[in-house]
Write a protein that binds this ligand. Sequence first.
Ligand SMILES: C[S@@+](CC[C@H](N)C(=O)[O-])C[C@H]1O[C@@H](n2cnc3c(N)ncnc32)[C@H](O)[C@@H]1O
Length: 293
Amino acid sequence: MSENHASPSAPATAGEQSGAPAAEATTASPAAASSAAASSAAAQQARGRREPMFPDGPAPDPAGSHHERRIRSFQPRRSRVTTGQGEALRRLWPKWGLDIDGLSKLDLGELFGDPELPVVLEIGFGMGEATAKMAAADLGTGILACDVHTPGQGNLLGLAERNGLDNVRVANGDAIILLREMLVPDSLAGLRVYFPDPWPKKRHHKRRLIQPEFLALAATRMAPGALLHCATDWEPYAEQMLEVLSAAPDFENTQSDGGFAPRPDFRPLTRFEGQGLDKGHVVHDLLFRRKAH
Ligand SMILES: C[S@@+](CC[C@H](N)C(=O)[O-])C[C@H]1O[C@@H](n2cnc3c(N)ncnc32)[C@H](O)[C@@H]1O
């Protein structure tokens, strides 16, 4: 992996940032020493918040404030990383992981080590089981799998290694920034969005990923003919997806009746889908094609 894809190094310590000379601490009075201890504890606490869980792994907020978006389609959450996931992150992140920092354009040919490889972006892979199965079934396609969920990133990296999948790369951060700042026009051979967060409450609908603005952006990064495949088990969201996709000028429905697609054989059951089916939800697939320019 090139330096462009490596995680930024850990932030400077508080002492380094303030520029305070180290010698001062050894000559300080007791009062100054106790206030120094308090501020050192505060600095340590602040450092604890900023420092990444895995120094050479995914950064906590890779794009930081310079690309901050107020409305995000995901909820930042703290989740426990298992020993196996942590081990996979430590070992495999430098090789197959990249932070979405929004600072440079991605050369997908370089990222996958093959300039001819068609690359499909999957947004929100969760724990990555379905991603790994699809990658194994199609080694001639590169899968750029994007999520913010650290345990899932470790899980997918482990699955990729155990199954010898050299065609998977794991991107950490907001897919919007990846699309907008880092991917070049026409670079994607496909886009997959499986069971995006449904945001069922009306006041949260603006957080849903599949919106006209998202489709306009995604279309610019997709090559003509590239497939956009969405699936959801949330009926009202399925209806919204069909409505906005059918109205999107850059996409055409692969279904001649203009409706949902039958579930394609190539999409394995995802973890989130299984949970939806257990609750009696009905799953809808949508298969749209990027129109020619
Ligand atoms: C409901 S889960 C579905 C996961 C998986 N596709 C499945 O079916 O089991 C949605 C996932 O999308 C991720 N996500 C939502 N918005 C995202 C964004 N803008 N960029 C990257 N990941 C996002 C969330 O972190 C979450 O892991």
